[in-house]
Design a protein. Structure first.
Length: 317
């Protein structure tokens, strides 16, 4: 009896590790796997990379990070979650790619709207076009480094906080009923997403709260479609267009500060988000709300309803 009770602390009725342990295991592999490999490379091969090739080094490291995260995700899905890796949201059908393209367009449109409002309000001044950083680097390679970075960030963060976490939290909370479990998973994963950025430069309570709301927007696309196509596309262009088209800080950072438009921002921080970027301002909140409305409209039009039953979860019989 004691042995049985001890086992139930770690294992659910379906003989899998309990949902919390499954989430924690992937979280550790997701965070520490790429970090350890990166550390080893920095102390060996990367010591000999010349500064003019740092952009290529960035691309290589980000692609390696993505490979490690995919390998960890596949291993956890197969041996711990005991589900196909595709169930995390990678059923690459024609519908998947259409949703991905919608996400791309939506992210770009929302950031264009933020830029347009700030420009018309006189809160930004355009100081340069086709701005490369460092100045001597060709624009194309410098932009490509940012492109790869934000593509990897979008895939990695959506796989973690939506694909892995939401599915497992729904399964762990299934005793509350399916719909309530989805809402609990949606909220918890959004909170975790916000907290992932708590140590970013210029982060505040406001920026962290706003990023939780953004996580809710990304999670809406996953909850309604059961796939990561829409949230990955939206997440990718939200970051890329924000930072490397319009020159805003992205979550407090100026990663690869190469942008089509370089700006000086001098509007009210309450609206613009200041040094953290639009995600910490009221304009970012309004863009997020507009994004959620667009997602609801898209899913209703494409799928015919707003069902929450498209997630590929394993529920008790």
């Amino acid at each position: 009896m004691q042995g049985r009770s001890f086992r139930t602390i770690f294992f659910a009725a379906d003989d899998r590790l309990r949902a919390g342990y499954r989430i924690a295991l992937f979280f550790l592999l997701w965070g520490y796997g790429p970090a350890i490999v990166h550390s080893v490379l920095e102390s060996t091969l990367l010591r000999f990379v010349a500064p003019e090739w740092f952009w290529l080094q960035g691309i290589a490291l980000n692609l390696l990070r993505m490979a490690i995260i995919f390998a960890a995700g596949w291993a956890v899905a197969r041996y711990v979650d005991r589900r196909p890796f595709a169930d995390y949201g990678f059923h690459l059908s024609a519908v998947w790619w259409i949703d991905f393209c919608f996400g791309l367009l939506l992210g770009a449109a929302l950031m264009a709207l933020v830029f347009l409002v700030e420009w018309l309000a006189g809160w930004i001044t355009i100081v340069d076009l086709w701005h490369s950083d460092p100045p001597g680097m060709a624009f194309g390679p410098a932009f490509l480094a940012a492109f790869i970075l934000y593509l990897v960030v979008a895939i990695a963060e959506e796989l973690l906080t939506r694909g892995n976490q939401m599915l497992n939290i729904v399964e762990g909370m299934s005793s509350f009923g399916y719909v309530l479990a989805v809402f609990i998973a949606w909220i918890i994963s959004s909170v975790i997403f916000g907290l992932l950025h708590i140590f970013n430069p210029h982060a505040t309570l406001t920026s962290t709260t706003n990023l939780m709301l953004m996580g809710f927007m990304f999670g809406l696309g996953f909850a309604l479609t059961g796939e990561l196509a829409l949230p990955i596309g939206l997440h990718f262009t939200w970051n890329l267009v924000q930072g490397n088209v319009y020159g805003f800080p992205v979550s407090g950072k100026m990663q690869y500060a190469t942008s089509f438009i370089a700006i000086n921002q001098h509007g009210p921080e309450l609206w613009t988000g200041g040094a953290f970027g639009p995600e910490a301002g009221l304009l970012g909140i309004l863009a997020t709300v507009a994004g959620m409305m667009a997602i609801v409209g898209w899913v209703r039009w494409r799928y015919g309803n707003l069902s929450l039953r498209r997630l590929h979860v394993r529920l008790p019989a």
